[in-house]
Design a protein around this ligand. Structure first.
Ligand SMILES: [Zn+2]
Length: 338
């Protein structure tokens, strides 16, 4: 891990003229700030938690995916204020490594002071999943309200979205598009007929832009190319095939047909030429940055994200670290009904 950190630091110093010190929030009216809460995948990892990225722009705080550990990383990044102040959650698809922390954030945020419902957007099936979460925790909510916890903000609102503009408000526009993560016959390439969809998002704010690939294999016709051309930051998933024939390798390689290799991502970066290409949702989570970058034949600027890394996108793209930026002292006065 030390090697990875040293490599990333050296790489960044060579790329950026300014580096944000830890704890400095995004500033400026037209910047987008990203906080990588989790950069891993389903496999448990001590260093890369499940996929989840916070985007802050103007007054908006939007979470893209809600993987394992997201609640704890959010608390590390911004204390109770962040936990209780997420406007929207965007889900790329309904795998557990992208959704399992939705109930944790929804209920913790409410318990510690959020007075408005949490709103979740995602592909077909999202509204049904949220309805099940709401039903699963009905007893918990009624229990806490009976003993005096405030009664506002415990609702969970959900919208199934189709490709197109999801919302456009205060200069912030979220666009969803289909990506290719549905199971296929590896021999023929034909879809196996599972219902549902998997999506990626592009977020635009005052001339700045970020694209989230979601989970996806890469094909020359991927919609990421049309939506990602000239984007400021393109965040792409990546999977390096596991060598050997161990149970671990066999399990990991089952998913190769629905993820992207470094060579495939290099093609997407080449076709889109973002100001910065970023790897996140990294399979396997313990692979080194050196190995990932070494396997990616791309001459543009790119980097490997780490948990709690921040990127602030302005005239320059600067990197920082969110750890210990927030407070864990609880001061919200209005959380118990009289
Ligand atoms: Zn995933």
């Amino acid at each position: 891990m030390l090697t990875t950190r040293v490599f990333v630091t050296v790489l960044l110093i060579s790329i950026f003229s300014t580096i944000s010190p830890p704890g400095v929030a995004a500033t400026g009216d037209d910047t987008i700030k990203l906080t990588f809460l989790g950069t891993g995948a389903p496999r448990p990892s001590h260093t890369r938690y499940g996929p989840s990225i916070l985007l802050e722009a103007g007054e908006h705080r939007i979470l893209v995916d809600a993987g394992p550990g997201m609640r704890e990383r959010l608390f590390q990044a911004g204390g109770f204020e962040l936990l209780t102040d997420i406007d929207h959650v965007l889900l790329t698809h309904l795998h557990f490594d992208h959704t399992i922390s939705v109930p944790g954030l929804w209920l913790t945020g409410w318990l510690y002071g959020r007075k408005t419902p949490m709103t979740v957007y995602g592909p077909t099936g999202t509204a049904a999943m949220m309805k099940h979460f709401r039903a699963a925790y009905d007893w918990d909510i009624r229990y806490r309200e009976i003993v005096g916890v405030h009664k506002e903000g415990s609702d969970l609102i959900a919208h199934d979205v189709s490709p197109g503009v999801v919302f456009d408000k205060d200069g912030l526009k979220v666009t969803a598009f289909n990506v290719e993560h549905m199971p296929i016959n590896v021999e023929t390439g034909e879809l196996l007929g599972l219902e549902g969809a998997t999506i990626g998002y592009r977020i635009d704010y005052k001339g700045r832009s970020v694209l989230f690939s979601g989970d996806t294999r890469s094909t020359p016709s991927t919609r990421i190319i049309e939506h990602g051309k000239g984007v400021d930051v393109l965040i792409h998933e990546v999977q390096v095939p596991a060598p050997g024939d161990t149970p671990e390798a066999r399990l990991a390689n089952v998913s190769l047909s629905v993820h992207s290799t470094p060579a495939q991502v290099a093609y997407v970066f080449e076709k889109t030429r973002p100001r910065m290409g970023v790897y996140s949702h990294i399979i396997p989570p313990e692979i080194s940055s050196d190995e990932l970058l070494g396997a990616t034949d791309y001459d543009g600027e790119m980097m490997v994200a780490e948990d709690l890394m921040t990127l602030t996108i302005g005239d320059e793209i600067t990197v920082g670290r969110a750890e210990r930026a927030g407070t864990d002292i609880f001061t919200e006065a209005d959380v118990v009904d009289k």
